[in-house]
Each structure stands twice: as C-alpha cells, then as structure tokens.
Design a protein around this ligand. Structure first.
Ligand code: HEC
Ligand code: HEC
Length: 234
C-alpha cells in the first residue's frame, strides 16, 4: 500500500525515478544497509538502547522530548527511521556537525537499539497557531494542485504517525522550528541522501512558499499522534 503512495506521488510530480522505491525491501524486512557490518543485525533492543542514550538525552531529552525546540523530538519515532538518520549523519550525507562526536563509535546494532528505545516513548504534542492552522490542515490533508504539493497525509498518515515499513517518519508533535527549517532546506534544494528516499522530500517541498511552510509546521506541531489526528490550536 505504501508503495502505491510513492508511485502516486511520482505520477503527480512527474518524477519517474521515485517508482524505483517499488524495488525496496518489503515492510518489516531486516535493514541490510550496504554499510552494515558482517555481523547479522538483530532487531533493536529497547533495554540495551536505554543504556546507550545518556549523551543523547542532553539535547534530545532522556525520553526523546527535548527541553529546547532547536533539537528534534525522537519520542515515538520509528526504530528504522532513527537508525537510518544516525547512519546518514555518521556518513556525513546529512550534515549535522554538533552530533558527530556523539555517534562516531556507534555500530549499526547500537543505532537500532537506540531507535527501539526512543520508539517506546510518547511524543508530547505541542499547540498549533490558530491563525495558520486551517491552511496547514488543508495542505497536510489535501495538498495543493496549483503548487504541485502532494497531501502529506498520504505518507505521514492522518494522525502524523507515518509508516515504518515504508520509511515514512512520524511527524506528529514535531517542533515547528525544526519542521520549518527542514522544509526550507528541501525547498531550496538540500538533500539528506542520494537514494530514492532522500529524493522524496525535496520533490514534495519544492513548490512551497514561506507562508505555507509556516502553516504546515504549526499544524504538525499541534497534531496528536495518540488522538487520531486531533489538532490542538491556541
Ligand atoms: C549537542 C546536541 C546533540 C546531541 C548530544 C545529540 N544530537 Fe541528535 N541531533 C541534534 C540536532 C541539532 C539534530 C537536527 C539536525 C538537523 O537539523 O538536521 C539532531 C538530529 C538527530 C536525529 C534525526 C532526527 C529526525 O527527526 O530526523 C536523530 C535520529 C538523532 N539526532 C539521534 C541522536 C542520538 C541517538 C544521539 C546520542 C548518541 C544524539 N542524537 C545526540 C543534536 C544532538
Ligand atoms: C511520498 C511520501 C511522502 C509525502 C507525500 C510527504 N513526505 Fe515527508 N517524508 C517522507 C520520507 C520518506 C521522509 C524521510 C526521508 C529520509 O529518510 O531520507 C520524510 C520526512 C519528512 C520530515 C522529517 C521528519 C523528521 O523528524 O525529521 C518532515 C518534517 C516531513 N517529511 C514533512 C512533510 C510534509 C509537510 C509533507 C506535505 C507537504 C510531506 N512530508 C509529504 C515521505 C513523504
């Protein structure tokens, strides 16, 4: 089902290469990234992960809900997505100099254990700006044909929980500051990786203007993953 979404997006955007996602491993298949070491990768172990996150907690919060909105929330995020991002950051494809020193010695197994740990936590939802939430909701749920923007919901889900099998992250409750910065980066041509997944968000964001980005970001911050897509607005 998730691949249908990618193909639908590819058709909508006229980007044929995204259809190559169809060749990706099926949902739930073990992550056998090219860079994985010879030792077979076991599913992440949340208890083992808890012992490995002491340094991460200083920025991301021990339960994955950071005190400061300059760091993304990891609470409730999917194991596979967390492991993938740590790998992309470690290999410097996704540039994040402040984090490098903390992950330099992590193995693929560590990345999955830490991911499994944060996946057991719950993202604390924020509150959306009432002036922008209607536009944000319309874009999130329906996209905008005029700017070639697909509905975010098609991949990230009506409740913002994403789809771990397809590699679509949870976005519900994520800080608006962080989401704004990421959408602007993608809109302006930055990429996290050269693979098919890395091509998706630059294609999605390329028609967004700053007002639409602000509306989407505040809607996402107020989206409650635990409450079937309810959005709190102030
Ligand atoms: C000094 C602060 C700091 C520390 C310590 C830190 N991080 Fe980060 N981390 C960041 C920042 C800043 C970003 C966002 C970078 C960006 O904007 O792309 C980030 C992003 C991430 C992401 C991507 C999140 C997403 O939603 O895409 C993951 C996963 C992550 N960190 C895991 C970890 C883990 C695991 C540790 C501990 C081993 C750790 N971080 C330690 C600052 C930190
Ligand atoms: C075709 C599927 C698809 C659609 C449609 C889509 N996304 Fe994404 N999104 C992804 C994928 C895949 C990633 C992760 C990319 C990676 O791992 O390299 C992502 C990542 C993100 C992230 C980063 C989350 C984090 O914690 O760092 C945000 C924010 C985001 N998308 C917002 C949106 C918004 C807003 C829209 C609608 C305008 C949207 N997405 C539409 C597939 C999609």
């Amino acid at each position: 089902m998730s691949f249908r979404h990618v193909i639908a997006l590819a058709a909508l955007l006229g980007a044929g290469s995204l259809a190559a996602q169809e060749a990706a491993p099926p949902a739930g298949a073990p992550n056998t990234a090219a860079a994985a070491p010879a030792a077979p990768l076991k599913p992440g172990d949340a208890t083992a992960g808890q012992a490995k996150i002491a340094t991460c907690g200083a920025c991301h919060g021990i339960d994955g809900n950071p005190a400061s909105s300059q760091y993304p929330k990891l609470a409730g995020q999917h194991e596979s997505y967390i492991a993938r991002q740590i790998e992309l950051i470690k290999s410097n494809q996704r540039q994040n100099p402040v984090m490098m020193g903390f992950i330099a010695s992590m193995t693929a197994q560590d990345m999955h254990d830490v991911g499994a740990y944060f996946a057991t936590k719950t993202s604390l939802p924020g509150v959306a700006d009432a002036k922008l939430v209607a536009r944000g909701e319309a874009l999130y749920r329906g996209g905008d044909k005029a700017t070639g923007t697909p509905a975010c919901m098609a991949c990230h889900g009506p409740d913002g929980r994403g789809n771990p099998g397809a590699g679509y992250p949870q976005v519900a409750g994520q800080f608006a500051d962080y989401v704004t910065q990421k959408l602007k980066d993608w809109r302006d041509g930055k990429k996290w990786s050269d693979d098919d997944k890395g091509a998706i968000m630059p294609a999605v964001a390329h028609g967004l203007n700053d007002n639409d980005i602000a509306a989407l970001a505040t809607y996402i911050e107020g989206l409650h993953a635990t409450d079937a897509g309810h959005t709190a607005a102030k």
